[in-house]
Design a protein around this ligand. Structure first.
Ligand SMILES: NCc1[nH]cc(CCC(=O)O)c1CC(=O)O
Length: 214
């Protein structure tokens, strides 16, 4: 499974190509994203997860994958991805954090808006998404629940880097029991209606749930 977006590779940290005013260009970006997706599928990726949030990219990636003979490669679309402060550690890890000028609010969603999540997910499904991601996780449990009630499609909660860092930092400061707080957070995604969870805690959670020590 691989993430499709341009931000680890751009000099400005945006998820797409920009014009000379710095505005992200939706359709020109899609032309690059479909090539990125086909390269990933050629390399053996089974599931393509576009995190860029350009409009119309799921349909274009589906067509490009099919044309390249990758009919059985799935698309897990970031259906509802919010312009969030919780992506900080990820951006530092890919090196885009220090480069990013401005924000991603022209293509990522407004945290104040929940109806738009339903419209975005509906579009992704219509364009051929096999499953959808809601992101970030814990501050957006209501979105998982609303999408669950409206659509019959596999939903993945993405517990993002800032959520992981918060729990680790709190545990290190002696404020929380890491394993208990982690398992409670993962359970909450399930309760809200997620079929699967993407989490940096996955290896630790798996060890705990299998009865071995973390
Ligand atoms: N488009 C890139 C991308 N893919 C996943 C994340 C965030 C993941 C995380 O914080 O764990 C981001 C960062 C962003 O949109 O700025």
């Amino acid at each position: 499974m691989a993430d499709v977006a341009l931000d680890p590779y751009t000099s400005h940290g945006q998820d797409g190509l920009v014009d000379r005013h710095g505005t992200v260009m939706n359709d020109a970006t899609i032309d690059v994203l479909i090539r990125q997706a086909v390269v990933q599928a050629n390399a053996g990726c089974d599931i393509i997860a576009p995190s860029d949030m350009m409009d119309g990219r799921v349909e274009a990636i589906r067509a490009a994958l099919d044309q390249a003979g990758h009919q059985s490669v799935q698309i897990m679309a970031y259906g509802a991805k919010y312009a969030s402060a919780y992506y900080g550690p990820f951006r530092d890890a890919v090196g885009s954090g220090g480069l990013l000028k401005g924000d991603k609010k022209t293509y990522q969603m407004d945290p104040a808006n929940s109806d738009e999540a339903l419209r975005e997910v509906a579009l992704d499904i219509a364009e051929g998404a096999d499953s959808v991601i809601i992101k970030p996780g814990m501050p957006y449990l209501d979105i998982i629940s609303r999408v669950r009630q409206s659509f019959n499609i596999p939903i993945f909660a993405y517990q993002v880097s800032g959520e992981y860092a918060m729990l680790q930092a709190a545990a290190r400061a002696g404020a929380l029991d890491l394993d208990a707080a982690m398992l409670e957070a993962l359970l909450a995604f399930r309760r809200a209606g997620a079929d699967g969870i993407i989490s940096y805690f996955a290896p630790r959670a798996a060890r705990l749930l299998n009865g071995s020590s973390a």
